[in-house]
Design a binder for this molecule. Structure first.
Ligand SMILES: NC(=O)c1ccc[n+]([C@@H]2O[C@H](COP(=O)([O-])OP(=O)(O)OC[C@H]3O[C@@H](n4cnc5c(N)ncnc54)[C@H](O)[C@@H]3O)[C@@H](O)[C@H]2O)c1
Length: 338
């Protein structure tokens, strides 16, 4: 499969370009970024063309699929144009910044007969897969409660622009803050792992910490805590924070009738189960050197499979995020409609 990459920032540099290069079924056709030097640098390192605009990439018959790695507010437009141009698309999370745009992306994929996958890569994590397998086996009984968290020191320490002027802090470009950046991963993960949908939510989502260069609070949220309930009555908390100035926390704890599953609690063991009778089972998992998201995209396209993570699926996660924002603003508990 021949792939073009739109947006040449951190996620392309750290994940997608190296994972494309090391996949024997993928050839990189080229790169586009609003800053040409960023595209040129990656083309120099990984091969392929430097496109003057992404429309040129979409017209190129040497491109079968594109990876959309631009700022949040542009995902929908770039994705829909790419699908209409007959390209398969792997689009970064959050898939879109409105539910309507997410639905339009799903529709555009169906109409074009092309595969659209959303890069919710937490589903590819071996520890998460193992935990899902344990839950699905029923050996620990029903899930009762969970805690899940994703927190780090903020996108000004991650993105290609390492300043307070990063687009991640700009409402027009990001639309969503920590909730859409990190919360999106954990909500998606829990929906997938529990095989259930969130139906009720209360939350506090706010700009508590980060400041613009003028010393004003940023215009998107930087911290969020949500209290959630699924359709089967599983209750839990989702925490997303850009104010964790210590080690990244990407952990999950699942309390079941007959034991507790801890994921990512220790570096040595991916998953730790403590049964009700005290028995402890430690799962040492193979070292994971790639996210696997590009591999899953390419496999699905090559084998004519349906999207491993469709836009229709990701829209349900987006609905939960908007419900969290509404719950926080109104100070009330919200029922989520699907
Ligand atoms: N799946 C994950 O774990 C994960 C991790 C990090 C980022 N992301 C997502 O990836 C996307 C990019 O994040 P990043 O960390 O690489 O940001 P970044 O700021 O490091 O890079 C974004 C790049 O996109 C370019 N860009 C913006 N709009 C563009 C457009 N319309 N056309 C072409 N280029 C454009 C910018 O010039 C910049 O070079 C975001 O949506 C983010 O949420 C996902």
């Amino acid at each position: 499969m021949r792939i073009g990459i739109i947006g040449c920032g951190a996620i392309t540099r750290f994940r997608h370009a190296p994972e494309c290069e090391s996949n024997p079924n993928i050839e990189i056709s080229g790169f586009f970024d609003l800053f040409e030097d960023r595209a040129a640098e990656l083309a120099g390192r990984y091969g392929g063309k430097v496109y003057k605009n992404y429309e040129d990439m979409l017209k190129d018959d040497d491109v079968d699929g594109v990876i959309v790695c631009t700022s949040n507010a542009t995902h929908a437009e770039v994705t829909v144009k790419s699908l209409k141009a007959g390209k398969h698309v792997l689009c970064e999370k959050p898939l879109a910044t409105t539910v309507e745009d997410g639905i339009a992306m799903d529709k555009a994929a169906a109409e074009a007969g092309k595969l659209l996958m959303i890069a919710q890569n937490q589903r590819m994590d071996l520890a998460h897969k193992k935990a899902k397998e344990i839950i699905s086996s029923g050996e620990l009984g029903k899930v009762i409660f969970f805690k899940t968290e994703f927190s780090h020191s903020g996108p000004e320490n991650w993105g290609i622009d390492k300043t307070k002027n990063t687009w991640f802090f700009n409402k027009n470009a990001a639309i969503l803050g920590a909730m859409g950046d990190l919360g999106v991963h954990k909500i998606d993960l829990m929906r997938w792992m529990l095989e259930d949908e969130f139906v009720k939510i209360s939350a506090i989502v706010g700009a508590l910490d980060k400041k613009t260069s003028d010393g004003e609070p940023i215009s998107v949220d930087d911290n969020a805590i949500c209290l959630m309930e699924t359709s089967r009555g599983i209750v839990g908390t989702v925490t997303a924070s850009w104010s964790n100035y210590g080690a990244v926390d990407n952990s999950n704890v699942i309390y079941c009738e007959n034991g507790v599953i801890k994921i990512g609690a220790t570096p040595e063991y991916g998953v730790e189960v403590t049964k009700k009778n005290g028995e402890k089972i430690l799962y040492k998992l193979p070292e994971q050197t790639r996210s696997g998201i590009v591999d899953a995209f390419s496999d699905a396209v090559e084998n004519g499979m349906k999207s491993p993570i469709s836009a229709g699926d990701a829209v349900k996660t987006l609905k939960v995020i908007f419900a969290a924002l509404e719950a926080s603003k109104s100070g009330s508990r919200i029922t989520i409609q699907y």
